[in-house]
Design a protein around this ligand. Structure first.
Ligand code: AP5
Ligand code: MG
Length: 215
């Protein structure tokens, strides 16, 4: 695969779920800024310590920190990548455009906002590989264990109702303007993310096939 992809969408729209599917079928690197920060916090790195209060309270980590982190990750790989959760502000979008790896396509996972609270409050994640599950709609094969590496699943601290509210507000105020930003560049494709996960995935592949026969 020789296309660099952005997944754009509100918290809980399925960015992580769809990225996991795509990397298991194609040779792409998954760069989830949320997962990268959560790992940095676990490892108590300087970036992790700087970011901890922001992420736990549902607020965006300052642009400067996150831009440096992503730049480092992108420049460290020769493979094509999926950016999941980056950019999230216009400042980040502009900084990304300066990095010497062009973005080929932005996939916007559009979803009715009232569906998101249920998706997020029922979410379970694997602390090791980052894979998402749902207590009701996407259960693991064995209760509470990751299908991938059998780690015990956990809830994310920012999936509590008051934090979800802050994340939604942050999304609407700071991230939504990126839709116009990429629409103007004519690389934005809209996917109906209200559908069943496999149908969302099929639609994503259809769109990718428009720009690359290999998908
Ligand atoms: P991040 O980890 O990126 O969180 P998010 O954007 O809020 O998105 P989520 O991971 O919550 O949702 P998702 O779209 O991946 O959905 P998922 O597939 O899991 O960021 C967390 C924090 O890190 C931010 O708040 C900020 O503090 C910081 N941060 C990260 N990037 C940053 C940046 N660029 N700048 C500054 N700060 C940054 O699915 C959700 C649930 O729904 C799961 O339970 C899943 O099983 C279920 N589900 C998925 N698809 C379907 C479906 N089709 N039908 C039914 N259920 C489904
Ligand atoms: Mg995610």
């Amino acid at each position: 695969m020789n296309k660099n992809i952005i997944f754009l969408g509100p918290p809980g729209s399925g960015k992580g779920t769809q990225a996991q599917k795509l990397i298991s079928d194609f040779n792409l690197v998954h760069l989830s800024t949320g997962d990268i920060i959560r790992n940095a916090i676990k490892q108590k790195t300087k970036t992790g310590l700087q970011a901890k209060d922001f992420i736990n309270n549902g607020l965006l980590v300052p642009d400067e920190i996150i831009i440096n982190l992503v730049k480092e990750k992108i420049l460290a790989t020769k493979q094509c990548f999926i950016l999941d959760g980056f950019p999230r502000t216009i400042v980040q979008g502009k900084a990304l455009a300066e990095i010497a790896r062009p973005i080929d396509i932005v996939i916007y996972l559009e979803i009715d906002l009232d569906k998101l609270v249920n998706r997020l409050s029922g979410r379970l994640i694997c602390p090791k590989c980052g894979r998402s599950y749902h207590e009701i709609s996407m259960r693991p094969k064995v209760d509470n264990l990751c299908d991938n590496d059998q780690s015990s699943l956990i809830k994310r601290i920012d999936d509590q109702p008051d934090k979800i509210k802050v994340r939604m507000k942050t999304y609407l105020e700071q991230t939504l303007p990126l839709i116009n930003f990429y629409q103007n560049q004519k690389i934005l494709y809209v996917i109906d993310a209200n559908q069943e996960s496999q149908d969302v995935y099929n639609d994503i592949k259809k769109v990718l096939r428009k720009i690359d026969d290999n998908y």
